[in-house]
Design a protein around this ligand. Structure first.
Ligand SMILES: Cc1ncc(COP(=O)(O)O)c(C=O)c1O
Length: 459
């Protein structure tokens, strides 16, 4: 049901166009399209805008609405904490913050056991980077300062994390010079393996070996850490072959550098395990999380360290980790997160992510049989990706003039689906999604992709 009249919406839009930066949008384009669209409500996988139009949010906001929209228990937990205490005196902490740190230690793999809370993902990754450099100062290896990440990855918007990322969606040219000492290896994308691997395993092996080559070339004693997302979003949910992460773990151990798993998207059930590293039985030295930690009900993130890493900062004031994020570990966010994790566990949402993820991927596979502009589909749990191509043989993308992305996005929206179209797409509905809702998502994809292909003369 509409909560606003058209003129009220227009007034809000005009104000937004004048006063607000809307992520990833440019004001004149929004003005031309009668946007930004303004949302007012959400329940489960559905969101409703101010004019009463309801959609399935197949992107979970930004991969974060894991338990779905509208869980009043989380609001209640946050409210109860707000009534009690909304911050703490300097150098102290609160009960929900401690309980959350302990809970996270109990659900993360291996001896990941101490959490530095932040307000979001970029800060979590910055914290991990600073921890890695400071750790090597503490253990007498001060020459280790370099980071190795991968082309096509995304690790955040701040200066340090920006240098780690490597995607055309966020060109670095506007912000250079960036943090020095960052080197990029290949993305283990089996569909477009930079090193020519013919199978996921072969691609994984070659891409992991390429990381080793960078370490050797840079000089192992200069490398602090290798950082990677278990499944990477910018190139469309790139799932590496099963040998990739065990190889990264082994390479980092061999050369004495730290392995940082950036689970900002993949953590808290997104891939069908509580944390994606569990798929490959490995424990990173530092894991970064955010997004699903509160299902986006309130901002929060964290960098979780293995015991030997955190122990290097214990003993005296001189060795302590000097790093403050004012809102890190906020008691209201901690209370919301605890309730969020409880819901996930009691309602079996991680298992549902695995089950519904397979069901969604089967649906996408069927679409691939039907539409030749779909070059590849892939996924792990409810983190699925799709690549659109002009030519399956050459894997060439459509030219920008074809406006594939805007056409798809518009088509999805007109059919009640929130999903960003493009050469690569992420499909990641909330973990509470039902098979009926997945059927709806797949059926809209089918209609819109078919229509777009016909418009482009490709079907
Ligand atoms: C893997 C990964 N790391 C870090 C970030 C940055 O998180 P935030 O936007 O909360 O700062 C993101 C954001 O999408 C991400 O996908």
């Amino acid at each position: 049901m509409a909560t606003h009249t058209e003129s009220q919406v227009k007034e809000l839009q005009e104000s937004a166009l004048e006063h607000l930066w809307v992520y990833l949008r440019e004001p004149s384009d929004m003005a031309e399209k009668g946007e930004p669209q303004i949302f007012v409500e959400g329940k489960g996988v559905h969101v409703t805008d101010a004019l009463g139009n309801t959609y399935i949010d197949a992107m979970s906001g930004l991969w974060l609405k894991n338990v779905g929209y509208g869980r009043t228990e989380i609001a209640d937990a946050a409210y109860a904490q707000m009534l009690k205490l909304t911050y703490m005196p300097m150098g102290t902490t609160t009960e929900p913050t401690i309980q959350l740190a302990e809970k996270i230690a109990s659900i993360t793999p291996g001896d990941l056991s101490r959490c530095f809370f932040t307000s979001g993902g970029s800060e979590a990754v910055e914290t991990a980077m600073k921890l890695a450099r400071a750790y090597f100062k503490r253990v007498g290896e001060p020459t280790r300062f370099k980071f190795i990440s991968r082309k096509g990855s995304y690790h955040g918007a701040t200066f340090g994390t920006l240098a780690l990322g490597g995607t055309a969606i966020f060109p670095k040219t506007d912000y250079e010079p960036l943090l020095a000492g960052v080197f990029h290896g290949p993305q283990p994308n089996p569909y477009r393996c930079e090193y020519g691997g013919a199978t996921p395993e072969e691609c994984a092996e070659r891409c992991a070996n390429a990381i080793e080559e960078i370490i050797k070339f840079q000089g192992p004693d200069s490398v602090a850490a290798v950082i990677a997302e278990p499944v990477s979003s910018p190139m469309g949910a790139v799932v590496p072959g099963p040998n990739y992460w065990p190889m990264l773990r082994e390479i980092c151990d061999r050369y004495g550098c730290l392995l940082i798993a950036d689970e900002v998207i993949t953590g808290f059930g997104r891939t069908g395990k509580m944390f994606a590293c569990e798929h490959w039985g490995i424990t990173p030295d530092i894991m970064t999380v955010a997004k699903g930690i509160t299902s986006g009900y309130i901002p929060m993130g964290g960098a979780i360290t293995r015991k030997p890493i955190s122990d290097a900062f214990i003993g005296s004031e001189r060795v302590a980790f000097r790093h403050v994020i004012t809102f890190g570990g906020h008691p209201v966010a901690a209370a919301a997160s605890l309730k969020n994790i409880e819901i996930m566990e009691t309602e079996g949402m991680v298992d549902n992510s695995a089950k519904m993820g397979r069901y969604l991927l089967d649906g996408l596979e069927e679409l691939k049989q039907k539409h030749t502009i779909i070059g590849d589909v892939r996924g792990l749990g409810l983190f699925c990706g799709m690549e659109m191509v002009k030519d399956r043989q050459t894997k060439e993308y459509f030219p920008a003039e074809a406006e594939l992305g805007p056409k798809l996005t518009q088509g999805f929206s007109s059919n009640g689906l929130i999903l960003r179209g493009g050469d690569v797409m992420n499909i990641a509905p909330p973990l509470c999604v039902t098979s009926g809702e997945i059927d709806e998502i797949v059926s809209v994809l089918d209609r819109v992709i078919g229509q777009t292909a016909r418009d482009l003369g490709a079907e």
